[in-house]
Design a protein around this ligand. Structure first.
Ligand SMILES: [Zn+2]
Length: 162
């Protein structure tokens, strides 16, 4: 018996999207990749996942065309990094919508600093998942900076790491 339903041939694009994106691990891996955490060990540490769950998730995301495996480290001991494809990068507004919804409708732990999504063109907080309403520009990887709740240090400019 399959673990879940196959929605890949549903007429509704929301259902088809959920067939690809609708697993929490997938969205959390995407979050990490947007923030520049692109190697297996770093992903495992950030997500607290077991090797087999993470490997299975990355394989499925690669098969689905969300990420590409890019070799690094030379030919003696080749390793891979996971990089977002165009389809993966197109999921940025999905993560922004989840961040905005979570900030509005869920309670953060008291120790967590708020997640800030900032437009780097004008320096203003993003008011929308895919559009900067201050300077009236799309909120792309090239124009977006994240201040992450669980991470110390300066904001991450997504274009510098994606
Ligand atoms: Zn702006």
């Amino acid at each position: 018996m399959p673990l879940r339903s196959d929605w890949s041939d549903k007429p509704c694009p929301i259902a088809r999207s959920l067939d690809v994106l609708g697993d929490p691990w997938t969205l959390l891996v995407l979050r990490e990749l947007f923030a520049g955490n692109v190697r297996f060990e770093g992903l495992r540490t950030a997500l607290g996942s077991s090797d087999n769950v993470l490997a299975a998730r990355l394989a499925r995301m690669t098969e689905a065309g969300l990420v590409a495996r890019i070799p690094y480290g030379g030919t003696v001991r080749p390793r891979v990094e996971y990089r977002l494809t165009d389809a993966g990068r197109d999921a940025l507004p999905v993560l922004h919508a989840l961040a905005n919804w979570g900030a509005k409708h869920t309670t953060a732990p008291q120790w967590a600093r708020p997640m800030a999504i900032t437009c780097t063109e004008c320096g203003q907080p993003a008011q929308s998942a895919d559009w900067c309403t201050s300077c009236n520009q799309p909120l792309t990887v090239e124009r977006t900076e994240w201040t992450r709740p669980g991470a110390d240090g300066p904001p991450v400019h997504l274009a510098a790491v994606v």
